[in-house]
Write a protein that binds this ligand. Structure first.
Ligand SMILES: Nc1ccn([C@@H]2O[C@H](COP(=O)(O)OP(=O)(O)OP(=O)(O)O)[C@@H](O)[C@H]2O)c(=O)n1
Ligand SMILES: C[C@](O)(CO)[C@H](O)COP(=O)(O)O
Length: 234
């Protein structure tokens, strides 16, 4: 069944918080780069027809070569990103083929996305128009001033840590990006661009293992999660 679902996987960041010579998306997790694990998760998701991977311009050829090396079955287009995540997503959206009506936008450094989670996010987007995966926060969150004094304590019941994928109609999220760029707004996720246009975004319960590999300790946690997922699948 063709439904015009594509993926934009953003991986054009420098990984400054990881502080390794090689950007974190190219670090090996067991046998292959983190970004390959992520692309392969989208390869496995049957509904995805097209994958656009957004990388730094100096890495385009390297990632293009992965199609033969890792035997990708789907069409994987590799394009250059921008100076921040938002610009990179927008570049990816602009390069999607015409027939792609819906998109899952995902961080290249979230390799543990499960098939059932992609499915749940996609199904929720079909109903509401937009959907994101998120998990309830476990800690108490404080708003803190520049003087390091606590300003207030938001009610934890309503706080969720948002993940990717985030699912949208291509025309709507591209419009939201166009508007944000022209108005100089920079958000840390794509849903926030829909929110500022007054559009509803459905939250779908995510999985705590869908971590964004960000700092060195995340690499050790990632090895444990990978082993656990492999054991469960074998
Ligand atoms: N100009 C950018 C910046 C970020 N990203 C991507 O957005 C995702 C989430 O961003 P983050 O974890 O913050 O990655 P980096 O920007 O690489 O990390 P840091 O902020 O530590 O430099 C990553 O897959 C990253 O590659 C991107 O495509 N283009
Ligand atoms: C989009 C995102 O993964 C949602 O949690 C996140 O906001 C991106 O993180 P960044 O470090 O701000 O790029």
């Amino acid at each position: 069944m063709k439904i015009g679902l594509g993926a934009v996987i953003v991986a054009a960041g420098k990984g400054t918080r990881m502080n390794t010579p090689e950007s974190k998306q190219y670090l090996l997790l067991e046998d292959k780069p983190i970004l390959v694990h992520t692309i392969q998760a989208f390869e496995r998701f049957a509904l995805i027809e097209h994958i656009t991977v957004v990388v730094g311009s100096e890495h385009i050829e390297r990632v293009q070569n992965w199609t033969s090396r890792y035997e990708f079955k789907k069409q994987v287009k590799v394009v250059a990103g921008g100076k921040d995540r938002q610009e990179s997503v927008y570049e990816g959206l602009k390069q999607l083929p015409e027939n792609i009506e819906w998109v899952l936008i995902h961080d290249g450094v979230r390799p543990f996305i499960l098939q059932e989670q992609m499915q749940a996010c996609w199904e929720a987007a079909q109903i509401t128009g937009s959907a994101v995966l998120a998990v309830p926060v476990k800690d108490t969150i404080k708003t803190v001033g520049s003087d390091m004094r606590i300003k207030n304590t938001p009610d934890r019941q309503s706080l969720w840590a948002v993940q990717t994928p985030q699912a949208f109609r291509v025309s709507e999220i591209a419009d939201a990006h166009r508007r944000a760029a022209s108005e100089g707004y920079v958000g840390t996720d794509d849903a926030s661009l829909m929110e500022r246009m007054g559009r509803p975004v459905q939250v779908v319960m995510g999985d705590y293992r869908n971590i964004k590999i960000t700092t060195p300790e995340d690499l050790r946690i990632a090895s444990v999660i990978l082993e656990e997922i492999r054991t469960a699948q074998s």
